[in-house]
Design a protein around this ligand. Structure first.
Ligand SMILES: Nc1ncnc2c1ncn2[C@@H]1O[C@H](COP(=O)(O)OP(=O)(O)OP(=O)(O)O)[C@@H](O)[C@H]1O
Ligand SMILES: [Mg+2]
Length: 276
């Protein structure tokens, strides 16, 4: 999206002020395992919402439910004015407006970067060839890959592949983008180039839900931070506030562990239930 277009979009949403995504008492279990245990959450237009929490706390499931990749057991999810958890909803149409980017880039290995971008736009979105090509080149430029349009995924670094995946998610002009640990599979020196692309998207007014372990990103780019554990939102608020002055003991423990891992492995011990 060009800056002017993003500007127009934010004027539009400011006028209507309907949240882009809203969850109301969302519950989801896999067998006996309660994975989302009554989640209430609102994402406003232009907001970058960051979700943190230990492994298994339900972060990916949360994003997958919003993208309708998983059905919820109860509760409701709204996308703009529409309840998308109701029966008979047009899933494909909604997915075009709710983009998702995964840890594994999921690019088609036999397609050049540009064709990875245009494929869904042409097949699902029925975008004319010429328009799809133009838009794809524009988006590849936006993620710093103008010169890699003709490259195949195996000719690109992990960071470049992930930026292609982000550009692909932008093809259908989504109203919200979901990011599930998109830098976790990257070599450390490649993380920055992907985070910068995400930061710039946020600055341009893209509404985003970002599951991440990158606390610096949460601090600098996040408008709101949610800490999840055991399928519940334990604590939420301004990112700096939550990270610097966590109120819940569970949040403190999680952050202490994260900071410890940043420093060294020496002080870590294995306790019942995992590393603490
Ligand atoms: N398709 C599935 N079938 C059965 N159980 C599942 C499925 N997907 C997730 N789970 C379980 O749900 C719980 C939450 O998983 P989820 O992937 O949402 O956690 P997460 O917070 O994203 O963890 P991580 O930080 O490791 O990615 C886990 O106990 C997991 O084993
Ligand atoms: Mg996950």
């Amino acid at each position: 999206m060009e800056a002017a277009e993003a500007g127009a979009a934010s004027v539009e949403t400011a006028r209507t002020a309907t949240p882009v995504v809203r969850l109301e008492g969302v519950r989801k279990s896999f067998g006996e395992n309660v994975v989302l245990d009554g989640i209430d959450l609102t994402v406003h237009a232009g907001e970058a919402l960051v979700v943190i929490g230990p492994s298994g706390s339900g972060k990916s499931t949360l994003l997958r439910c919003v993208n309708l990749l998983e059905p919820v057991d109860s509760g409701r999810i709204f996308f703009e004015d529409q309840e998308i958890t109701s029966k008979g909803v047009k899933v494909a149409a909604i997915r075009q407006r709710i983009g998702i980017v995964f840890q594994q880039f999921n690019l088609f290995p036999h397609l050049r970067a540009i064709d990875n971008l245009t494929l869904a736009a042409r097949r699902v979105g029925k975008m004319p060839r010429q328009e799809a090509q133009l838009r794809a080149r524009e988006l590849l430029k936006r993620v710093g890959l103008a010169d890699k349009a003709e490259s195949y995924p195996h000719q690109l670094s992990g960071g470049q592949q992930q930026r292609v995946a982000i550009a692909r998610a932008l093809m259908m002009s989504p109203h919200v983008l979901l990011f599930d640990e998109v830098t976790s599979a990257l070599d450390p020196e490649l993380v920055g180039e992907v985070l910068v692309v995400m930061r710039d998207l946020a600055r341009d007014g893209m509404t985003m839900m970002v599951v991440t372990h990158e606390m610096q990103f949460a601090r600098e780019v996040g408008d709101h931070l949610v800490f999840m554990d055991g399928g519940k939102i334990v604590e939420q608020g301004d990112p700096t506030e939550v990270l610097d002055r966590p109120k819940a003991e569970r949040t403190r423990r999680f952050l202490r562990r994260t900071l410890q891992l940043d420093r060294s492995l020496e002080e870590l011990t294995i306790e019942e239930g995992g590393v603490e």
